[in-house]
Ligand binder design. Structure first.
Ligand code: ZN
Length: 446
């Protein structure tokens, strides 16, 4: 996802509403005026900024993951539609990065830095009216998701990581089977029943209906599909899950080969550390691993940067309100509900089932204010009720690493995430036009 225009950059100030005849009432005018000046919004809550802890040793091995996706639709009936998805993981050479001019990086220098330092993955889903080998869209997507995680160009490593997390293979007592999930054939046959697979298997038969199930069915993509159409949110959910699994492929690699090296790594993800709705079945396995690693003396540094959405908007509102450099603020449950989500705080704790990191509003300096997501060493709901910065995994080393990665080209931007953006961006690599050309040829030949 690209960085948005910053607040210090020129924006459009012309009124979008002022010309309407109905807006002559003084009260309505006042409301409209206020609406057009979001900076004027006051937050009533007390905000307790904390200074950065005494800085730890910077992390010198930095990895960044990002993805992009693009739907391509045939403009003629029946409006066939395909989604292309791409993800990338790149290793950032901190020494080489230090040599690059941050104000005016030479494009060739950036290219050299990115060359041979990235892993890519690309796949495509039929969303509507595209059929293959007699399969419905429903079964085609289930199979494509399964095969895509086994992507041979990545040596099937991403599927290994999925199994490593889902079966808790890192544990001395791994799971004997997957957590039960709704059988994908329930939707079609109309009889809802649960299914599972036994330790380390990737596919098998449902014990109830005898039909074929894949390990990837555990994530519940089929809950957002009908027999011949799939929601675009299937593509975005797949992208987020693949990004997460690529990142944990790096974690698993060092966990299995050199845990001391793992201590020097920083893993950056574009977006929140969150897996929504039914897909959150992956969240508990991730939390279980991170707390296991922490208790074994291997705190793992993972950071998600949330560049858009209600938390990023909220940080913008806090600008200019005594936000000192090198300070951070962790919103608690009541603050998140009342000030950010505008809902009563009597409901479920924010992110209890879906998040594997806590929100940290971070002000590095005037030009760099970040909504970070950082995993914690305690239960999510406990942390959200009573945030304690000492429970954020490796906060001191993460904050010591950030200053060397701040971009001069964009506000609130980190260079490794910018680089992962440019690698994963479908619009630049390959061009959307090329994708459309391929998609049209594919659609015509079916
Ligand atoms: Zn079944």
């Amino acid at each position: 996802m690209p960085y948005q225009a910053g607040r210090n950059l020129p924006g459009e100030h012309a009124s979008k509403l002022g010309h309407l005849e109905v807006l002559k009432s003084p009260l309505v005018q006042q409301i409209v005026e206020n609406f057009e000046q979001p900076e004027a919004v006051e937050t009533s809550a007390n905000i307790k900024w904390e200074p950065f802890p005494s800085l730890g040793e910077p992390l010198d091995l930095v990895f960044a993951v990002d993805g992009s996706w693009q739907p391509v639709t045939d403009e003629r009936p029946p409006y066939k539609s395909i989604a292309f998805i791409k993800t990338a993981l790149m290793k950032v050479d901190q020494i080489a990065l230090g040599r690059i001019d941050k104000d005016e990086p030479h494009p060739l220098a950036l290219r050299d830095l990115m060359a041979e330092a990235a892993l890519y993955h690309a796949t495509a889903f039929p969303l509507r009216h595209v059929y293959s080998k007699g399969l419905s869209v429903y079964d085609a997507i289930r199979q494509i998701i399964f095969e895509s995680l086994k992507d041979a160009s990545l040596n099937g490593e991403v599927m290994e990581t999925f199994k490593w997390l889902a079966y808790e293979k890192w544990s001395s007592t791994p799971r004997s089977s997957l957590p039960p999930f709704q059988c994908p054939h329930s939707e079609i046959d109309g009889v809802a029943h649960d299914a599972t697979l036994s330790f380390d298997t990737e596919e098998g038969e449902c014990a109830t209906c005898g039909k074929k199930i894949f390990i990837t069915d555990m994530l519940g993509f089929h809950l957002e599909m009908s027999e011949n159409a799939a929601s675009e949110s299937v593509a975005t959910a797949y992208m987020n899950i693949h990004e997460t699994l690529l990142l944990f492929t790096g974690v698993r690699y060092f966990w299995e080969s050199s845990r001391e090296t793992l201590k020097r790594c920083l893993f950056l993800k574009d977006g929140p550390l969150q897996i929504r709705a039914q897909y959150s079945k992956l969240v508990n396995p991730i939390r279980n691993f991170l707390s296991h690693a922490y208790s074994e003396g291997y705190p793992i540094s993972i950071v998600g940067q949330e560049k858009t959405g209600i938390f990023a908007d909220h940080l913008n509102l806090l600008l200019g309100k005594n936000t000192p450099s090198n300070h951070f603020f962790i919103p608690n449950h009541v603050y998140i509900c009342e000030q950010i989500q505008s809902r009563p705080s009597s409901g479920a704790p924010y992110g209890r089932d879906t998040n594997y990191g806590a929100k940290v509003f971070t002000v590095v300096n005037e030009r760099c204010r970040l909504v970070l997501n950082i995993p914690i060493s305690v239960r999510m709901s406990e942390f959200i009720y009573r945030p304690d910065s000492s429970k954020l995994i490796n906060l001191d080393r993460i904050l010591a690493t950030l200053p060397g990665m701040i971009s001069s080209r964009h506000e609130n931007a980190l260079i490794p995430i910018e680089m992962a953006n440019s690698i994963a961006s479908l619009s630049t690599y390959p061009s959307a036009q090329v994708l459309k050309l391929f998609a049209e040829a594919t659609i015509k030949h079916r």
